[in-house]
Design a protein around this ligand. Structure first.
Ligand code: ME8
Length: 517
């Protein structure tokens, strides 16, 4: 029996086309999901769209279409980008799916019957774009702390969820489960800034707009977006208030909710309390990843600086985009994207370190051994150093992935390619060939081909298409984690395929000039 691993991303708002920052998240989740599968887990990977709310209702109105038509269109675009980026999600869920809507209604009723939801009147400072009520103390310079826009006084009849009831339990839980919130620095922020000062009951319904899931027993109310959105993690794997399915029993609790840092609050305060109200276990971990900035600035569709993943993929290729975002956004700090940086990384890492290595090695095998993978011949101490690097890199990649340090994991894989390039400089195969030292040359070429194979197997979770191109060039089907436990699984005697450039070098000045035009 394989151990299960349930990973989810946030569900993206269908307010418009997602930018490269939103897309980073699905790529990050994909890398983790692929790696877990390769490690032998039974992975369930869920993503999707968050489609209700006042903002989306307004957007649809602006576009002159019905909300459903609007969200159908945007959800289609979002899924298209996720597919273009070669992400291996198992299910793409939408909050307008009937199954989800029905369960949200039942959940709302169950919480109401339990006494955790009650009717009251909301008075507060409301930010329309963020669909959030704020207290005076939460405002920054009198404005919405999330988006910096004006808030307005608002009152409405509303249902409330008794967050306050769960405050002590939440503090106790977070303090006794240090792994629950990642990065850990976020844990203190949640405890000290939000939870310990006192949790106010949360308004969980609205009457001021229609585009939402109606409350069954009071249909002028629609369910507040966060109760609708967060429950996607359980409704889509078969949660049912009366009779949860086997799928739910198998996959819940989720192992990882991967989300951006701005919505940690919702996932580590509201969500645990909702789950406790339903008597359900909490997810094992919530990782609030940092943000991707463009030109060191927050990406905003309205700021006009949004960059889109599909445009980047047209320019650089899908794997180059995946590489950039996975590598440039470390575990806890924001990353930056510019075309200049992207070209530099592309040339230095993908074209030079990886592409050249593969091309040179396959070409040498063709030249010296007619493309046959040689037997090991004469060994020298330096070979051990290469093998040691490969072994360590394998170990470090796995360790880094266990700690969700995806950028570090990629660096660890690239250590193999760096070391292999150095091995070429050290062993100078062309000199060995000139001297007719073919027994030594065989070993050198074999070791290089095998190091590349192991590197490709580790690389697969991050750059799947590139790894597959490498398998093809090496003509090998030894591509699982089992095959990289020992150095030497690549079969001698088989023929490699023709070398093909993986990443053609980019002329930066020319490229930027073209882009300007
Ligand atoms: O928040 N860099 O949806 P969303 C990295 N519907 N990640 C970013 C980012 C950036 N520049 N900008 C946004 C929502 N994100 C809700 C989620 S979950 C039950 C409901 C991340 O479309 C953001 O943090 O605004 C979030 O995790 C995801 O993109 C979708 O953002």
């Amino acid at each position: 029996m394989k151990e299960k691993y349930y990973i989810s991303t946030a569900i993206t708002y269908t307010s418009g086309k997602p930018h490269i920052g939103n897309t980073y998240e699905i790529i990050l989740a994909d890398a983790i999901a692929r790696f877990k599968r390769a490690e032998g887990y039974d992975v369930y990977f869920q993503t999707g769209t968050d489609e209700h709310g006042e903002k989306i209702e307004l957007k649809a109105k602006e576009a002159g279409v019905a909300p459903q038509e609007f969200v159908d269109d945007v959800a289609h675009t979002i899924q298209g980008i996720w597919d273009r980026m070669n992400t291996s999600y198992d299910r793409f869920v939408r909050t307008t799916d009937k199954k989800h809507e029905e369960q949200v209604q039942k959940i709302f009723k169950k919480m109401y019957d339990k006494g955790d939801i009650y009717k009251g009147e909301y008075r507060g400072l409301y930010c329309t774009p963020c669909e959030s009520f704020w207290t005076e103390s939460q405002l920054v310079d009198g404005k919405c702390p999330d988006c910096g826009r004006e808030v307005k006084e608002a009152t409405e009849e509303a249902y409330f969820f008794k967050l306050s009831k769960y405050q002590d339990r939440l503090v106790e839980y977070i303090e006794s489960h240090p792994e629950f919130i990642q990065p850990e620095s976020r844990k203190n922020e949640m405890l000290n800034n939000f939870i310990k000062p006192g949790l106010q009951d949360l308004c969980v319904s609205r009457t001021s707009f229609d585009w939402g899931i109606p409350v069954t027993f009071d249909p002028k109310h629609v369910v507040y977006v966060w109760l609708d959105a967060l429950t996607n993690y359980i409704t889509n794997i078969g949660y049912d208030v009366d009779n949860p399915t086997d799928e739910f029993k198998k996959y819940w609790p989720a192992d990882l909710h991967l989300i951006g840092k701005d919505i940690i609050r919702f996932h580590t305060i509201y969500w645990p309390c909702f789950l406790w109200s339903l008597d359900i276990e909490l997810p094992k971990q919530v990782f609030g990843h940092p943000w991707l900035l463009t030109n060191n600035d927050k990406i905003g569709k309205s700021r006009g600086n949004a960059i889109y993943a599909d445009d980047l993929a047209d320019l650089f290729g899908v794997d180059a985009v995946r590489y950039y975002v996975l590598h440039e956004i470390p575990f806890a700090n924001d990353g930056n994207l510019t075309y200049e940086l992207m070209i530099e990384r592309y040339n230095s890492d993908l074209a030079n370190i990886l592409g050249n290595l593969v091309n040179r090695t396959i070409s040498m095998d063709k030249k010296y051994f007619e493309g046959i993978v040689p037997e090991i011949g004469v060994a020298e101490p330096i070979d051990e150093d290469l093998k040691e690097t490969v072994r360590n890199a394998t170990l470090h990649t796995k360790e880094a992935m266990d700690r969700l340090r995806v950028a570090d994991a990629i660096d660890a894989v690239f250590e193999i390619f760096r070391r292999s390039n150095k091995y070429i400089d050290e062993t100078t195969p062309w000199t060995l060939a000139k001297e007719g030292n073919m027994e030594r040359l065989k070993t050198v070429i074999y070791n290089l081909l095998e190091s590349i194979r192991i590197g490709a197997v580790l690389l697969h979770s991050f750059l799947p298409e590139t790894a597959e191109k490498i398998y093809h060039q090496l003509n090998t089907d030894k591509n699982d984690f089992e095959s990289i436990k020992e150095f030497g699984a690549l079969e001698s005697g088989k023929s490699v395929n023709n070398p093909e450039a993986l990443f053609a070098r980019i002329d930066k000045d020319k490229f930027l000039e073209e882009l300007q035009k």
